[in-house]
Design a protein around this ligand. Structure first.
Ligand code: DAH
Length: 359
């Protein structure tokens, strides 16, 4: 039985050296498979005499067990090595910081600006812009404020050297638009405006939006219809009533102030008709002198304009009591009144759908 022992130690040697599971499987097949070397030896037992068969049979069984045992052991060792290799190459760094919770918020003024522009865009208005630093012509002169006229004192102007001012209103964008474009004109112009003023409802920098419509027969009925449609969409209710009170602005004739119906019950402010009024904006028919100043013939063209404070709209819609807090950059205030960045207002999916249910 010398050759069985030799065969066994040869196969055990191969098993020992096997570097992967495939090689090990090949060794198993070549030793113990149907045509394996030990299996072939087993087949010779039949032709032996009984005594010889007994010894050879026992020796073969012992060899078979040894080899099978060695293969099993090696298999476990190779599987473990393979797993260790994978674990080493596929590490997850559990000490990495988690993705930080979203901290930033959209400011209520930005939110309201988006809402207002979304509505006017749907009504067919274009967007117009002008500079924050304006010259006297665009900010006052062309808007029919005569030099040294007391109307100039209505607006606490920041002067910037010789001829320039920080614009006190967005109305100069009316002039810039009419200077550069022939009617029909239908624009809204949002932006920053500046006046030397500071209390609960005034800050030196604030935001306005200007509207201008010029065509051949545009009239105050159109102005009223346009504002009513806008207010319904913006305040998200059909129960809106508007009141126009005669007023004075140098650049409109006639001029009006527009109030919206509201209620103030148990400290709660609500837009609804029939209870009370709150002032919202200034408006009127564009003054013939303004049209002339922009090179438009007042006998051919006419139109309306309006201008209002966006911050005021934000305060009314979202119940924010103090305008000064808008500019404090206080994250606690932003968390309370701000909006999540992915909640973009649209007329169809909702303008302020996230208000009150956020965070
Ligand atoms: N520019 C005015 C202001 O800031 C607001 C205003 C009133 C604008 C009447 C207009 C308008 O376009 O027609 O007080």
């Amino acid at each position: 039985m010398d050759n069985i022992e030799n065969l066994t130690s040869e196969i055990l040697g191969q098993i020992e050296k096997a570097l992967d599971l495939n090689t090990l499987e090949e060794i198993r097949v070549s030793a113990l498979g149907k045509k394996g070397r030990l299996t072939e030896q087993m087949k010779t037992l039949g032709s032996m005499d009984p005594e010889e068969r007994k010894t050879a049979g026992q020796a073969l069984n012992v060899a078979k067990d040894k080899i099978a045992g060695a293969i099993d052991e090696k298999k476990i060792a190779l599987e473990k090595a393979e797993m260790d290799k994978r674990l080493a190459s596929e590490t997850v760094d559990v000490s990495m910081p988690v993705r930080p919770k979203q901290q930033g918020r959209i400011h209520p003024v930005s939110q309201v600006m988006e809402e207002v522009l979304t509505i006017f865009a749907q009504m067919g208005f274009d967007l117009a812009e002008g500079p924050d630093i304006e010259d006297d012509w665009h900010c006052f002169e062309a808007l029919n404020f005569p030099k040294n006229h007391p109307a100039r004192q209505m607006q606490a102007t920041f002067f910037m050297g010789e001829d320039n001012v920080l614009r006190t209103h967005t109305s100069p964008v009316q002039i810039r638009t009419m200077e550069n474009k022939k009617p029909p004109i239908r624009i809204v112009a949002p932006g920053r405006t500046y006046r030397c003023d500071y209390d609960m409802t005034h800050t030196p920098m604030f935001h306005q939006i200007e509207g201008l419509v010029i065509d051949k027969s545009t009239n105050m009925g159109h102005l009223k219809g346009c504002l009513l449609e806008f207010m319904k969409k913006f305040f998200e209710t059909d129960d809106v009533s508007l009141r126009f009170r005669p007023s004075f602005f140098p650049f409109t004739e006639p001029s009006a102030e527009c109030d919206v119906g509201c209620s103030r019950e148990n400290g709660e402010f609500k837009i609804e008709s029939g209870k009370g009024w709150i002032e919202l904006l200034g408006c009127g028919m564009v003054h013939p002198n303004v049209l002339k100043n922009c090179g438009l013939d007042p006998d051919e063209y006419q139109g309306f304009a309006f201008g209002c404070g966006l911050d005021r709209f934000a305060m009314l819609k979202y119940g924010i009591p103090d305008l000064r807090s808008f500019f404090d950059a206080d994250m606690r205030w932003m968390k309370h009144y701000g909006f999540l960045p992915l909640d973009i207002p649209t007329v169809t999916s909702g303008l302020s759908f996230n208000a009150g249910v956020k965070k």
